[in-house]
Design a protein around this ligand. Structure first.
Ligand code: SAM
Ligand code: SF4
Length: 475
């Protein structure tokens, strides 16, 4: 049903996460250089790794070999995806929640958090603010509550697309919300969403049960099969994730590979993106101050590189939960999307005071740079910020997979579209310093395209049309 809470039906489902097998694989340790290098080479030849291969990489602890794994991830990113980084912002719609996830500031029993759901007018104000800063891609975030049913999500998505501020508009809306039944997913898809994200949080069943003591989310299998229902409803862009800190990070990485393989085998397509948020402090939530499986920066970075190599075709997201220096380093291991200028208080963009906003936030962010300064830094470091939504708008779903699988796709579509959307940003929103850095970056990128390439002429024509005032041109 599209209205109200879904009826949980998990009859006949059994978990495809083979915990015993994962534990067995992770119990074997080897720093066999030859084998590790063979596995890296398999990934660089554009093959998804198998669980036994991923476990070998996760268990490497010889510093030189760890460096080779990271270098492998860097090379994969460089050669297949290039230097583009897609930018988005989260937009929190409401923090009412019927669940009691022990790590989350929005959980039902947390009396310290101020509950709020945006009205349609407040939503419009938030979107106008984000558009006036230059954002083109949003992820809408919701607690789990009967009021945030599929019809409500549909209405909020449509409102975001309809809202335009000056030359600004939102061109892609992704969702992070509780999982629905097939009918609910169908309704939400019909609003024109991009990716639907559902994080399993932890794939370890016993830990899952302890972390989710009540509410719909306490049902492990209902959540585990969320993407099966989404895909049956026609949503083929799904974003998986594990909340790092609840259980052993290596187990979670392995489980995400099992989840990926399950989707590949059943639907012929893996996840569009993989996320690995680490637990951050949250208001009224002492559990989040000291999670049971805190993962060090070094282990976290190695895990990112290993996931990059293990599922080479998927997009990888790293949010502003992480500090600036770590984000900058992780980008080189294959992160494809980051948020920028984020505020995660409900109603925070429209602006209220910071203390009030924190009381409506789910957790604390560690990267508070504006969108403009993130763009400036990315340009300085030789990256190419992108707001591209070309594939999605032309019905080319699964763009990460196409970038990966189709030779020349990135050069033909992704880089030109990144240049076009960056140019729009520089003209409409950038500060003078960032504009100068961005223009220099664009010149460098153009210089890399041979003058004889017909694409270059087409691209330069489109760039000059943007300079004359046209918007939303893409390949
Ligand atoms: N309520 C929906 C759900 O639980 O799936 C969707 C939104 S929830 C607000 C988004 C994600 O935030 C969760 O899936 C979880 O991984 C993450 N999260 C929750 N508490 C967190 C914390 N203290 N630090 C970092 N991330 C957290
Ligand atoms: Fe609610 Fe989601 Fe937070 Fe759990 S993680 S308490 S479901 S908002």
């Amino acid at each position: 049903m599209a209205s109200g809470l879904p009826k949980l039906d998990v009859e006949g489902l059994t978990s495809f996460i083979d915990e015993e097998k994962i534990n067995e694989l992770l119990s074997k340790k080897s720093n066999d250089k030859v084998h590790v290098r063979e596995i890296i080479a398999k990934s660089l030849a554009k093959n998804r790794l198998n669980p036994d291969e991923m476990s070998v990489l996760l268990n490497v602890d010889d510093p030189q070999l760890v460096e080779e794994i990271k270098e492998g991830a860097r090379e994969l990113k460089r050669t297949i995806y290039g230097n583009r980084i897609v930018l988005f912002a989260p937009l929190y719609i409401g923090n009412d929640c019927i669940n009691d996830c022990v790590y989350c500031g929005f959980r039902k029993s947390n009396l310290d958090v101020v509950r709020r759901t945006l009205t349609i007018n407040e939503l419009e104000k938030e979107v106008r603010t984000l558009e006036s800063r230059g954002h083109k891609r949003l992820i809408l975030v919701y607690g789990e509550h009967p009021r945030y049913d599929a019809d409500f999500i549909y209405d909020t998505v449509r409102k975001v697309y309809e809202t335009k501020e000056g030359k600004g508009e939102i061109r892609r809306v992704n969702i992070n919300a509780a999982p629905f039944d097939i009918e609910g997913f169908r309704k939400i898809k019909s609003a024109g969403i991009g990716t639907f994200q559902v994080f399993q949080e932890t794939y370890h069943q016993k830990t899952y049960t302890a972390m989710h003591p009540s509410g719909l989310k306490s049902n492990y299998l209902w959540r585990l099969f969320a993407f099966d229902r989404a895909m049956e409803a026609g949503i083929d862009d799904v974003g998986m994730g594990a909340l790092i800190g609840l259980y052993d990070h290596k187990f979670e990485a392995m489980a995400m590979l099992y989840h990926t393989i399950h989707l590949e085998e059943k639907f012929g397509v893996g996840p569009h993106t993989i996320s690995f948020p680490r637990i951050e402090p949250a208001i009224g939530t002492s559990f989040a101050d000291c999670p049971p499986h805190q993962t060090s920066d070094a282990d976290f970075m190695k895990m990112i590189a290993v996931i990059r190599l293990s599922v080479p075709y998927t997009g990888m997201i790293l949010t502003a939960r992480e500090p600036i220096a770590l984000r900058n380093e992780a980008i080189s291991y294959g992160i494809s999307q980051i948020d920028a200028g984020s505020d995660i208080g409900v109603g925070a963009y429209g602006k209220e005071d910071e203390v009030e906003s924190a009381k409506k936030s789910q957790f604390v962010l560690n990267d508070n740079r504006s969108l403009d300064s993130v763009i400036g830094e990315l340009c300085e470091h030789g990256f190419l910020p992108s707001f591209c939504t070309g594939c999605y708008r032309l019905g080319r779903t699964g763009e990460h997979f196409m970038e990966f699988a189709i030779p020349g796709f990135v050069k033909r579509f992704c880089t030109p579209n990144a240049l076009l959307t960056l140019t729009e940003y520089l003209i409409d929103y950038a500060s003078p310093e960032v504009k100068a850095k961005g223009i220099a970056r664009i010149k460098e990128e153009l210089a890399n395209i041979p003058d004889t390439n017909p694409l270059k002429i087409e691209l330069i024509t489109k760039l000059s049309r943007i300079e004359k005032g046209e918007r939303d041109l893409f390949f």
